[in-house]
Write a protein that binds this ligand. Structure first.
Ligand SMILES: Nc1ncnc2c1ncn2[C@@H]1O[C@H](COP(=O)(O)OP(=O)(O)O)[C@@H](O)[C@H]1O
Ligand SMILES: [Mg+2]
Length: 489
């Protein structure tokens, strides 16, 4: 079974307390009696020495001292002559005393006592022994000694009392032992709790950390080893957190990079396939017509001229495509360097319209230009012209039989908005976003008819993004409106 640190600490310390209490109980029951007798014996010896020092042969002269010993120490004192005749016996004296003092009487000593004394007195200065009195059925601790004047001193103290008091002491000790164990158990429990709480908390935090959760911190309250460990764990957590989030960030960035790389790769492949697709037709035409020209070289002038025209026309388209592509790749690669200047937008529009007038007239297009006075704007005039021309080309290519094209210039909130409207069919909703990507065409056949590649609006997007200005398209009643903005000065 796996025990927690707290339980182990509690059990270990409680065990120690129980062990010590039990140990003292055993010590007590085994040795308290003996110790007590030892103490009593020392008391008897001390009393005997005192008497030996005081006694001159006449008990009466030290009666007060003897009575003091008798009463204070509970010792029965007998003094015998060398012939074992009782000269003084404290209990007899007390018993016979009454109210008046009487002279000591000589008491005969019982024969067994005399024998006992004779046997034992030779053994040492102070001979002690536990003796049972058969009449009283009590044990006495007896001391026998030969005094300096040759007389014999016998001291008795009952040890029934001793046994009783050690029993009481043992019982009391058992009682206090239980209280000690109970209180000690509570104290140990509280201590174990208090001591292990921070360790358990640290353990919890470390486990959370292993699950990469670094939000929990150890509240450092002490400066001991546990407090230091807490601090270390906190800083470890912080550093791990930092390192791991940095790693995550780097990983995220790497993923993004890979994703972008993949997207660019896909775009590049699409681009190449689009370009080759666009080139396929003119190349095939050129090849076909060149072969035709070679075979029919002897035919009439007119048909030769037609073959040549087709070849030149297709070569011209290819040339345009390559130019557009170069232009676009330059813009999309971010190499576009804008040369911004302040210029009058009204004059700019007039200038561009002048160039377009022959085309409009030729196609019978009704052109309306609306301008809000003279506005000065800030931008790359060459690139802005490219944008406007792309819108105008598209308008010319998509205008319907109503033949209406409207160019408007309006100013609002620091921006000048230029819009090109042409009457015609609206652009399908799901294509409104897509027309800004290269090679996207809503109607392929129609686009091919006017020689478009679907690159014009991507050029517009690139230029406007480089300017940091907005652009867009809206379907209107009976037509389509393209617009872009440019900073007003
Ligand atoms: N004024 C317009 N009206 C309707 N559709 C348009 C107009 N301008 C552009 N489009 C659509 O957007 C597509 C992309 O235009 P653009 O990028 O200029 O390419 P291109 O003009 O070479 O076709 C066109 O093929 C056409 O389908
Ligand atoms: Mg176009």
């Amino acid at each position: 079974m796996k025990l927690s640190l707290r339980t182990r600490l509690f059990l270990g310390m409680s065990g120690l307390i129980v062990f010590f209490v039990a140990f003292s109980l055993v010590l007590n029951s085994q040795f308290l009696g003996r110790y007590y007798i030892g103490q009593k014996r020392a008391l008897l010896i001390e009393s005997a020495e005192m008497i030996n020092n005081l006694y001159q042969g006449d008990p009466e002269s030290i009666a007060i001292e003897l009575e003091g010993l008798e009463r204070n120490r509970g010792i029965n004192i007998s003094i015998l002559s060398p012939e074992f005749e009782m000269k003084y016996n404290s209990s007899f004296r007390l018993f016979s005393q009454g109210h008046e003092r009487r002279p000591f009487e000589r008491l005969p000593l019982t024969p067994p006592m005399a024998v006992y004394l004779q046997e034992n007195l030779s053994k040492g200065d102070y001979v002690t022994d536990v003796v049972t009195d058969p009449r009283l059925k009590t044990n006495f601790l007896t001391l026998a000694a030969r005094l300096r004047n040759g007389e014999i001193l016998v001291l008795n103290t009952p040890i029934a009392a001793i046994n009783e008091s050690t029993a009481i002491a043992s019982r009391f000790f058992l009682f206090t032992g239980f209280i000690t164990i109970a209180l000690g158990g509570i104290a140990v429990f509280l201590f174990a709790n208090r001591f292990t709480k921070p360790i358990l908390e640290l353990n919890d935090i470390a486990q959370e950390m292993s699950k990469l959760n670094f939000s929990r911190k150890y509240p450092v309250q002490s400066e001991d080893e546990v407090g230091q460990l807490g601090q270390s764990i906190n800083s470890l957590s912080d550093q791990l957190d930092k390192a791991i989030s940095e790693l995550k960030e780097a990983n995220e960035k790497l993923k993004e990079d890979i994703e972008r790389e993949r997207r660019i790769d896909k775009m590049r492949k699409e681009f190449i396939s689009n370009v080759s697709h666009e080139l396929k037709t003119p190349i095939a035409l050129i090849q076909g017509y060149a072969e035709g020209l070679k075979l029919n070289v002897n035919e009439d002038e007119e048909s030769r001229n037609f073959y040549c025209d087709v070849i030149m026309d297709e070569a011209d388209k290819m040339n345009r495509l390559v130019k557009d592509l170069l232009n676009l790749s330059q813009i999309e690669a971010g190499y576009l360097k804008l040369e911004k200047t302040d210029f009058d937008i009204s004059a700019f529009i007039d200038n561009v319209m002048e160039k377009y007038r022959p085309i409009f007239t030729e196609k019978g297009i009704d052109l309306v230009v609306k301008k809000d006075g003279n506005l000065v704007v800030h931008g790359d005039v060459v690139r802005i012209e490219q944008v406007l021309v792309n819108y105008l080309n598209n308008a010319v290519n998509h205008v319907d039989d109503n033949r209406r094209i409207e160019v408007a210039v309006t100013s609002r909130k620091g921006k000048v908005r230029i819009s090109v409207f042409n009457s015609g069919r609206p652009i399908p909703g799901d294509s409104l976003d897509k027309i800004w990507t290269s090679f996207y065409k809503v109607d392929k056949a129609r686009t091919r008819a006017y020689g478009g590649y679907g690159l014009g609006l991507s050029v517009v997007r690139g230029i406007m993004e480089a300017h940091g200005n907005a652009y867009g398209v809206e379907n209107k009643d009976n037509g389509v409106l393209f617009w872009f903005e440019i900073d007003e000065v």
